[in-house]
Ligand binder design. Structure first.
Ligand SMILES: [Zn+2]
Length: 94
């Protein structure tokens, strides 16, 4: 199961790229435009078909941003489970 959200799905590449709500805002910036009007069984093929330099940049930026968010959430979960800090008000997008 994806430990970053509460969707109760495996943390697959599809989940990471298209589903996980933790990354929805950056998904809008970097990925959404490439999968408009594409069915869910075609979106991975469509997105990973490298037909533009900008798409590679967008994919890179999505991954970098998503992994920062992911690390933040994992660290936060660790802090909370250890009862060390409550950092709910920290804005991880800065
Ligand atoms: Zn998730």
């Amino acid at each position: 199961m994806c430990t970053i959200c509460n969707v109760m799905e495996e943390e697959t590449l599809e989940h990471f790229l298209f589903v996980c709500p933790a990354y929805s805002s950056i998904r809008l910036n970097y990925i959404k435009k490439y999968i408009i009007n594409v069915t869910s069984d075609q979106r991975l093929i469509k997105l990973l078909k490298i037909d533009a330099k900008q798409k590679v940049k967008d994919l890179f930026n999505y991954c970098v941003s998503a992994l920062k968010i992911r690390a933040f959430i994992v660290n936060k979960q660790t802090f909370v489970s250890n009862s060390v800090y409550e950092i709910d008000n920290v804005n991880y997008m800065n």
